[in-house]
Design a protein around this ligand. Structure first.
Ligand SMILES: Cc1ncc(COP(=O)(O)O)c(C=O)c1O
Length: 454
C-alpha cells in the first residue's frame, strides 16, 4: 500500500494515526530540487524556510545525496561499542572548524542541549563544587525534552508538564545587569542563543555577549552557546559565535549539520571535556555512520562550494531590499537577523499567519512566529534571483493591502483564488502547476521590487 501521492489519504491517516501536536498547512511534499519543493499535485514552492533552517544544501544536493546512498549500501548502524570512521572524521572536521577539541554526537538539538546541561553539571561535580544552576534567557528556546523545556525561557512550552527540572534561572535577554544579578555561588553555566530564533529572530548585542564572556571568566562559569539554529553557515560564518569574536566553552549544533538527516552534536574544549567519564552519557543512534556521512558531506560542501560567501552575498542583497520595502510600507515594523536567518515583524494591521498563508498561496514557504513575525531560513544555496522572488511577492501582497483589514481578507480580494489558479492550469500529471509563475513572480532577470511604478 502506498498513499504517497494521495493528499486526502495522507491527511486522513495523519489525523487518525499521528499525535496531533503540530498545526499543519494543507500540503504534503514528495520531492525537492535545489530551493524548490513539489507537492503531491505537482505544485512547485520556493522554500524560504528550509525545513526550519535544516536543509542548508537545499534538496537533492549531489554530494549529500550520494554520500547518504553509498553509506546506506555499506553500513547504516553499528553502535557505540565500536569505532565509527565517519564519526571520527566528522568530529575532526568540526574541531578543525571551531574552538572545540571534543565532540559528542546525538540525534537532535534538544539532545545536544541535554548533553551540554549534563556536562556543565558533571564538570563541577567532579571538581567537588556545588555548582549546578544554569542561567538562560527569557524568550529563549532550547528544545522539547524535560531538561530543555526547563532551560527554555518561555513558560508556554513547560506549563503542561510541570514540575520542571530544578536548577534553571531565566533573565531578560541582552540585559547584562540582570545577568550579573542572577549569578550566585551555585551558578555552573550561562546558556544563550546568539540569535533567538524561535521567539522572533532577536539577535544578541555584541557588547552583551562580550560582557557575558567576561563575567563567565571572572566567576568561573561555563559559557554555552546553543547554535542549533545559527550554526553551520546560517549567519554568514560557519558558527555564529565567530561574528562576535567570543568563543564558548560548550556549543551545541543540530539542524544544518546533517543537511536533513537527523544529527546533533555537543562540542567542547579538552579542559571541560574531563567533566564526562565513560558511562556518564551516551546515545544508541548518536554518531551513527549514516548521519555522520551526511555531516561529512555537508562540511565538505562548505569547504568546496563557497556556500558561506553565497550566504553573505544573498543576505546583503535581501536585507537591502527588505530595508527598502520597509521604507515603502509602514506596516513593516522591523527586519532583523543575520545571514539567512531573518525575521520580518509587522504592526497590528498584518498578521504573520495571514502573510504566511498569502505567500503560501503564491507558492512561497515561510514560517510565522507569534502574531506578528515571519521567519526566513532558506537553503543556504539560494540565489539572489530566488530571494528577489520572495521580496517581489511580499511587495505584491503589501501593495494590495490597504487599511486595517486583515491581510488575508485584503488579499483574498486581490489575488486569484486557489480554484481560479487550478482552473487556469494544465491538468495535474501532464504538466506541473507553478504557483510562482501563476503569481507572476518568475522571470528571467532579477527584479527591482522597490520600483514604485511597478
Ligand atoms: C536554538 C534551538 N535549540 C534547540 C532546538 C531543539 O532542536 P530539536 O528540535 O532538533 O530538538 C531548536 C529547535 O528549533 C532551536 O532552535
Amino acid at each position: 500500500m502506498s498513499i504517497e501521492n494521495d493528499f486526502t489519504l495522507i491527511r486522513d491517516y495523519d489525523v487518525n494515526y499521528c499525535l496531533q501536536v503540530f498545526n499543519l498547512q494543507p500540503v504534503a511534499f514528495v520531492k525537492g530540487r535545489g530551493c524548490y519543493l513539489y507537492d503531491t499535485e505537482g505544485n512547485k514552492y520556493l522554500d524560504m524556510i528550509g525545513g526550519i533552517a535544516v536543509n542548508c544544501l537545499g534538496y537533492n544536493h549531489p554530494k549529500l545525496t550520494s554520500a547518504i546512498s553509498s553509506q546506506a549500501k555499506n553500513l547504516i548502524h553499528a553502535c557505540n561499542y565500536y569505532y565509527i570512521p565517519q564519526k571520527s572524521e566528522l568530529a575532526y572536521r568540526l574541531c578543525r572548524a571551531s574552538f572545540a577539541d571534543k565532540v559528542f554526537f546525538c540525534n537532535s538539538g534538544a539532545e545536544a542541549n541535554e548533553a551540554a546541561i549534563k556536562l556543565a553539571r558533571s564538570y563541577f561535580y567532579y571538581k567537588d563544587l556545588k555548582k549546578y544552576e544554569i542561567i538562560t534567557a527569557d524568550m529563549s528556546f532550547h528544545g522539547r525534552t524535560m531538561g530543555t523545556i526547563s532551560a527554555t525561557g518561555q513558560e508556554k512550552f513547560s506549563r503542561p508538564f510541570e514540575p520542571v527540572v530544578p536548577g534553571f534561572v531565566h533573565v531578560p535577554y541582552n540585559d547584562i545587569d540582570a545577568m550579573i544579578k542572577a549569578v550566585n555561588p551555585h551558578t555552573a553555566a550561562i546558556m544563550l542563543e546568539l540569535i533567538q530564533g524561535e521567539s522572533g529572530v532577536h539577535p544578541a548585542d555584541l557588547e552583551y555577549i562580550q560582557a557575558v564572556k567576561k563575567l563567565c571568566v571572572e566567576k568561573g562559569i561555563l559559557l554555552i552557546f546553543d547554535e542549533v539554529q545559527t550554526g553551520i553557515g546560517r549567519t554568514g560564518k560557519m558558527f555564529c559565535y565567530q561574528n562576535y569574536g567570543v568563543a564558548p566553552d560548550i556549543m551545541t549544533l543540530a539542524k544544518g549539520l546533517g543537511g536533513g538527516v537527523p544529527i546533533g552534536a555537543m562540542l567542547t574544549t579538552n579542559a571541560i571535556a574531563v567533566g564526562m567519564k565513560p558511562g556518564d552519557h551516551g546515545s544508541t543512534f548518536g554518531g551513527n555512520p549514516l548521519a555522520c556521512a551526511a555531516g561529512n558531506a555537508v562540511m565538505e560542501a562548505f569547504e568546496d562550494e563557497g556556500i558561506i560567501d553565497n550566504v553573505k552575498e544573498v543576505s546583503d542583497e535581501l536585507f537591502e531590499k527588505l530595508g527598502k520595502l520597509r521604507s515603502k510600507y509602514n506596516c513593516i515594523r522591523s527586519v532583523r537577523g543575520k545571514g539567512l536567518l531573518i525575521g520580518i515583524e509587522f504592526d497590528d494591521t498584518i498578521t504573520a499567519q495571514g502573510m504566511k498563508d498569502q505567500l503560501f498561496s503564491m507558492g512561497i514557504l515561510v514560517s510565522a512566529i507569534g502574531k506578528s513575525t515571519i521567519r526566513l531560513a532558506p537553503p543556504l544555496i539560494i540565489n539572489k534571483s530566488q530571494a528577489g522572488q520572495f521580496v517581489k511577492a511580499m511587495d505584491k501582497i503589501l501593495k494590495n493591502t490597504a487599511g486595517p483589514k486583515s491581510v488575508l481578507g485584503r488579499l483574498k480580494d486581490a489575488l486569484p483564488s486557489k480554484k481560479q489558479i487550478k482552473d487556469a492550469a494544465p491538468s495535474i500529471g501532464s504538466a506541473k502547476i507553478d504557483k510562482l509563475d501563476q503569481a507572476g513572480l518568475t522571470g528571467g532577470q532579477d527584479i527591482d521590487v522597490i520600483d514604485d511604478n511597478e
